[in-house]
Design a protein around this ligand. Structure first.
Ligand SMILES: [Cu+2]
Length: 384
């Protein structure tokens, strides 16, 4: 039996424009910081799991596990909760100061969401959500054939793996909750859009940077040419987000925790953009093989478009100065290059333009980069 302990508690998240936003999140330790999104929960198909949730927030909190079968609490199936015939929670909850346990056995591999089922219009945007990855029963990362999203012989082998969870912030909601005041969702209009609880350019920073203690997960995707990169999306917010990477299309292999395959018929498909709906999950394979590039055939790709070269302040660039992968060249005088070793950068972002701003300022929001390196440690892109 796998046992996971979570604490619901409050904290402040940081935005790149210098704001601190009060939020509610989950922590994996009693004394540690709350985090947004909550800790990644990695499970295995067929292996029972118990999640103990301790609530330190001022109102009842619960956990929903959409897509998981047979959830019980204290030996009984979980049920919607009523007070005076009024629905108060979609599932059993913990009152302030209490601990509640949920037990289930993940039946199938895939990418799933967990989130509060108590007052979810308020509690989920406040940050009470996170991602679940269920490994297939035969998963073994040491053997290529068994390092898959959906099991051996499903065509879902991968070299590296990244989880991107979308979310939105409407600062007035967070302030009202902090002050214990009511909030009208009539006026819900987010000002920040997040990947893994961070707004660009913080999305491109490493995991666990010390100055983002409540936002431990980066969203930068790093790989070598030709590698199979498994990108998992989870739509944890209220809004839909049309997400796409540049450089190559993705192949959608799983949707809402279901492998896109019917018996021997492969139902996967290539897409430039997928619309990540609220509550949805997508599993995709991204392979960068730009214009026939292989290490044996290092023909330069086309020179980057000017608007793909700039990042942040005028005079900053991720361009190496050379069209060859792994080669550094000259950049124009006065321009600062953030390119470390001749890697290529491709944007991955929401195609809804307000969503790539921080309170109206571009660039920001739901945007990150895919970096293609000439060589990269095998420990990069491991989901823990
Ligand atoms: Cu684009």
């Amino acid at each position: 039996m796998q046992v996971i302990n979570l604490w619901a508690k409050d904290g402040y998240l940081s935005t790149p424009d210098g704001n601190s936003i009060y939020f509610w999140g989950f922590s994996s330790t009693a004394d540690g910081p709350s985090q947004i999104p909550g800790p990644h929960l990695i499970m295995r198909q067929g292996e029972p799991v118990t999640i103990n949730l301790t609530n330190t927030l001022p109102e009842p909190v619960s956990l929903l596990f959409p897509g998981q079968p047979g959830i019980t609490s204290a030996g009984q199936p979980v049920q919607p909760q009523y007070i005076d015939n009024k629905l108060v929670s979609f599932t059993n909850y913990a009152r302030p100061g209490e601990t509640i346990s949920y037990t289930f056995t993940p039946a199938r591999p895939g990418t799933f969401l967990y989130e509060s089922g108590t007052n979810p219009p308020r509690q989920v945007p406040m940050g009470l959500y996170g991602g679940i990855v269920v490994r297939p029963a035969d998963y073994n990362p040491a053997v290529r054939r068994y390092k898959t999203a959906y099991g051996a012989e499903t065509g879902t082998e991968f070299d590296r793996e990244y989880l991107l969870i979308t979310g939105e912030i409407k600062p007035e909601l967070h302030r009202a909750v902090e002050q214990g005041k009511p909030y009208s969702f009539k006026n819900y209009k987010p000002r920040y859009w997040m990947l893994n609880g961070r707004c660009a350019p913080d999305t491109m920073l490493m995991d666990n940077v010390v100055y983002l203690p409540h936002q431990p997960y980066g969203a930068m995707i790093m790989a070598q040419p030709g590698e199979r990169v498994l990108i998992r999306y989870i739509g944890a917010g209220i809004a839909h987000h049309p997400l796409h990477p540049h450089g190559n299309h993705t192949r959608v292999i799983g949707l809402d925790g279901y492998l896109l395959r019917n018996g021997s018929t492969d139902l996967s498909y290539k897409r430039f953009t997928v619309l990540v709906g609220a509550g949805q999950t997508y599993d995709q394979i991204y392979q960068w093989e730009g214009l026939g590039y292989t290490p044996d055939n290092p023909i330069p790709t086309i020179l980057p478009n000017l608007r793909n070269m700039g990042i942040g302040e005028p005079g900053w660039t991720l361009w190496s100065g050379s069209p060859y992968l792994g080669v550094k060249g000259d950049v124009p005088k006065g321009v600062t290059s953030f390119n470390e070793m001749g890697e290529y950068y491709f944007m991955l972002h929401s195609h809804e333009e307000p969503q790539i701003t921080n309170w109206g300022e571009f660039p920001g929001g739901m945007m990150t980069m895919i970096a293609i390196y000439p060589s990269l440690s095998p420990t990069v892109g491991e989901l823990k």
